[in-house]
Design a protein around this ligand. Structure first.
Ligand SMILES: Cc1cc2nc3c(=O)[nH]c(=O)nc-3n(C[C@H](O)[C@H](O)[C@H](O)COP(=O)(O)OP(=O)(O)OC[C@H]3O[C@@H](n4cnc5c(N)ncnc54)[C@H](O)[C@@H]3O)c2cc1C
Length: 306
């Protein structure tokens, strides 16, 4: 006998997937959440700006969330999803260990990966001396001296934003020829630029060292930089033909133009923050629930705008 399909399979157990699981579990839906456990923010160890959970360890947040959500019958699988594909009126999610899971909907919340620059030392210090998000990390560094690395992705807005936490900011162009507009923004923010080539960043007892090509090492409390990200959508190929899920997201509830596929968290349109990810998981879960009611009781809910 074939097992009854789940109402929803959630891919990803970060704030977005967990937020969705809580809503769907409490909507009496049958749900499996599959998570491979390598979240984007794991390098930082703790997370800030989540009300009642400010500064909590990410492992602790996830464990407590799972314990809460388990009360509503949601199944958790520590596994890696390798493919998600439509099959008639269902979607088949295939995980490395668990094999095929059939469901009426899939809520995809697998997050994005930060693309670190090749600058030596950045990967080692990522989340612990080298950061991207001022709202997540700058309070603990307030009043310190900060380097903003602008040698890769232009980061003049990041430098200006950081002036809320400290007046001592140096923009490292790493020899990149900065366009006039970028320099104008930096001037307006009162942030000086250092144009020397940067060889790498190292850990110091009280901060980070920036090694310059002329042999000098400058010390800072921490370094910030703006990064590009990659959507973690590999398992959706070839079903998803677009580059990302943002371009196929059709509303602010996480519906996509692919039937029965919903998106939440960093992969969607919202700000890439934990609380926003959790909220978007809740929104997408409500869309899933409403669309299942539409399917089971045609005419009972207002139709979706085309
Ligand atoms: C270093 C760092 C620090 C940060 N600090 C903060 C902070 O303090 N406060 C804040 O609000 N935001 C912070 N952020 C941003 C925050 O981490 C993200 O906005 C948030 O985690 C997004 O949640 P998500 O659920 O969309 O994705 P994620 O948290 O990345 O979770 C996605 C989950 O999906 C799983 N997954 C991916 N692919 C698969 C697959 N194929 N099969 C199964 N599972 C899969 C991953 O293992 C992961 O557990 C930080 C980001 C970084 C990079």
């Amino acid at each position: 006998m074939t097992a009854k399909p789940y109402d929803a399979v959630i891919v990803g157990g970060g704030p977005a997937g967990l937020g969705a699981a809580l809503y769907l579990g409490r909507s009496c839906r049958s749900v499996a959440l599959v998570d491979s456990g390598d979240a984007r923010n794991m390098a930082a160890g703790v997370m800030h700006n989540v009300v009642t959970n400010d500064g909590v360890s990410i492992g602790d947040f996830r464990a407590r969330a799972r314990a809460e959500i388990s009360r509503y019958g949601v199944e958790f699988l520590d596994d890696e999803v390798v493919s998600v594909a439509p099959e008639g009126d269902l979607v088949v999610t295939t995980a490395k260990g668990a094999g095929e899971l059939r469901s009426r909907t899939v809520l995809y919340a697998a997050g994005v990966r930060s693309r670190l620059p090749g600058l030596p030392g950045v990967a080692e210090l990522w989340g612990k001396g080298v950061h991207e998000c001022p709202y997540c990390h700058a309070y603990e560094l307030r009043g310190g001296s900060l380097a903003v690395y602008g040698g890769g992705v232009p980061s003049e807005c990041l430098a200006a934003t950081l002036t809320a936490w400290t007046p001592s900011i140096t923009y490292l162009s790493d020899g990149r020829d900065l366009p006039a507009e970028e320099r104008e923004y930096l001037d307006a923010a009162g942030v000086p630029t250092l144009d020397d080539k940067v060889l790498g960043v190292t850990r110091l007892a009280d901060g980070v060292g920036v090694e310059l090509a002329d042999g000098h090492t400058l010390s800072f409390t921490a370094m910030f930089l703006h990064l590009e990200t990659e959507p973690r959508v590999g398992p959706l190929r070839p079903w998803l033909q677009a580059d990302d899920l943002v371009s196929v997201q059709t509303d602010d509830r996480g519906r996509t133009s692919l039937p029965r596929l919903y998106v939440a968290g960093d992969l969607g349109r919202g700000m890439q923050q934990a609380a926003m990810a959790a909220a978007s998981g809740g929104l997408a879960a409500m869309a899933v629930n409403a669309d299942l009611i539409r399917e089971d009781r045609p005419g009972s809910l207002y139709p979706l705008p085309r």
